[in-house]
Write a protein of this length. Structure first.
Length: 466
């Protein structure tokens, strides 16, 4: 077994980053006494569920940092054949690391500016290919041996109060502490992750602190607007009321499938998403239900047109023109008793045209359980258990069976079966906001192929948040 990448150079860079991050945080933000690890890219659990804690201070500046390192191993597994996008059926060890430095500034009443500088390094298994429910949510398709840097977020958020009851806002990576109206309109404009605003879930949302698998951190049938690093320019509008929120987003899309450069044909290349969220209590335990719908237009190829023309040799790029893709999703979270919660996601897309931004999945379902360690006197620990099923449409199956390639799948042939997976993790507090985690995943029929697998994945994670 061999770990890819320049290990000595990588280790040196991350050691410097880990030493520098707490020093910068302590010097610039001494008032932040929170011990809850909050990862950039997703709302805190309190923000996502509509809960808030009293925090009288109004922040003018915020400084945050996070660092996450994930090491993964999968042993060899049975495979009748392999293709260009297959998961290698031999022992693989790969690692990823990320470092975010985030700055927030209050501009004028109700307005915040946020910037996120991201440094990332490492690889997913097999170049982040071969599994739809990919086991590492920190793995990008643009893997790198030497750490790269990028401005992943750069946006302004304007909150317009509608009067009535006030609530306190707990500061985190992407929110300044202060006070706001419960009834409000929020406008966010700039570069962000669509997952910052849509498809949040208190128990299954963040691969840096929760489940690592793509199928458990998001609705995998939502081809959500993002470049190959997971971010995109756009705007979002939210109308918030005491028990419900309505959201709408309009984003750019990449010029090529899972690419980095944005398509500049603004009237023909875009992604729209709407979400309705209802918050409730059942026997005094909080919960939420979210219904999502999306419509994308991009320069996509057609599965059927590719199959209809044998001279194309399953090269779907030769059928590209501006086409639509649409789908719906359901997202549920519910606390059962204090410190035990369940979650569920269901997703469906039409599955007729080329996958463009996230994965090849057309139909998705996931379900799981999250338990805090308060039951065994470790209140900052979390035990999670979840499972997911992924599928594709009939024409999509025929495309892969003929040798077509997708974002993640493409074994050169296909004996179709639903991709089935489960994940169990234990996240434990080491010191304040320093956490470690052990994780096991079992994946059956990787990339929808009954002729390959099953695969076991073993993972270790180290996460710092300041």
């Amino acid at each position: 077994m061999k770990i890819r990448g320049n290990w000595k150079r990588t280790r040196a860079v991350w050691l410097v980053a880990l030493v520098a991050a707490p020093v910068v945080s302590a010097a610039e933000n001494p008032s932040n006494g929170s011990t809850e690890p909050i990862s950039p890219g997703f709302k805190s659990n309190a923000e996502a569920s509509g809960q808030t804690n009293a925090e009288p201070k109004t922040e003018m500046w915020s400084w945050h940092a996070q660092n996450t390192y994930i090491l993964q191993y999968h042993p060899g597994f049975p495979a009748k054949y392999s293709g260009p996008n297959s998961l290698r059926n031999v022992n693989e060890v790969d690692e990823t690391g990320s470092l975010d430095l985030l700055v927030g500034r209050r501009l004028w009443p109700g307005a915040e500016f946020h910037v996120d500088g991201l440094m990332w390094q490492g690889f997913g298994f097999s170049g982040t290919r071969g599994v739809e429910g990919f086991p590492n949510g920190e793995a990008f398709r643009v893997g790198t041996k030497v750490p790269n840097v990028n401005i992943s977020r750069l946006f302004i958020r304007q909150t317009i109060g509608l009067g009535g009851e006030l609530e306190n806002v707990t500061g985190d990576d992407l929110h300044l502490a202060g006070e706001r109206d419960v009834s409000r309109v929020t406008l966010t404009v700039g570069k962000m992750s669509a997952k910052d605003i849509f498809d949040n879930n208190a128990y299954a949302n963040d691969p840096r602190t929760q489940f690592m698998n793509w199928s458990l951190m998001a609705n995998q049938a939502w081809d959500y607007p993002a470049d190959s690093l997971g971010f995109m320019t756009g705007l979002a509008v939210e109308l918030n009321q005491p028990s419900w929120t309505a959201r709408y987003g309009f984003f750019q899309v990449p010029r090529t499938s899972n690419g980095v450069a944005q398509d500049q044909a603004y009237t023909k290349a875009w992604a729209m998403v709407t979400e309705l969220e209802h918050r409730h209590t059942l026997n005094e335990h909080p919960g939420a239900i979210r219904l999502l719908g999306y419509l994308n237009q991009a320069h996509m190829g057609s599965y059927q047109e590719t199959l209809n023309n044998p001279s194309l040799n399953e090269n779907i790029t030769l059928t590209r023109e501006y086409r639509f893709k649409y789908g719906v999703g359901l997202n549920v979270e519910q606390e059962l008793v204090k410190d035990i919660g369940v979650f569920m996601r269901l997703g469906w897309s039409d599955g007729q045209n080329e996958a463009w931004m996230f994965s090849d999945v057309d139909h998705a379902a996931s379900l799981g359980l999250s338990v805090k360690g308060s039951f065994w006197s470790r209140p900052d620990d979390t035990l999670g258990l979840g499972g997911a099923i992924n599928g594709i449409t009939h024409v999509h199956q025929e495309f892969f069976a003929a040798g077509g390639l997708g974002i993640l799948a493409g074994d050169g042939a296909l004996t179709y079966g639903l991709e089935e997976l489960m994940e169990i993790y234990y996240d434990f507090q080491i010191w304040k906001t320093v956490h470690g985690a052990g994780d096991y995943q079992f994946i059956n029929h990787p990339a929808f192929n009954r002729d390959r697998g099953p695969v076991s994945v073993f993972s270790a994670r180290l996460h710092f948040a300041f």
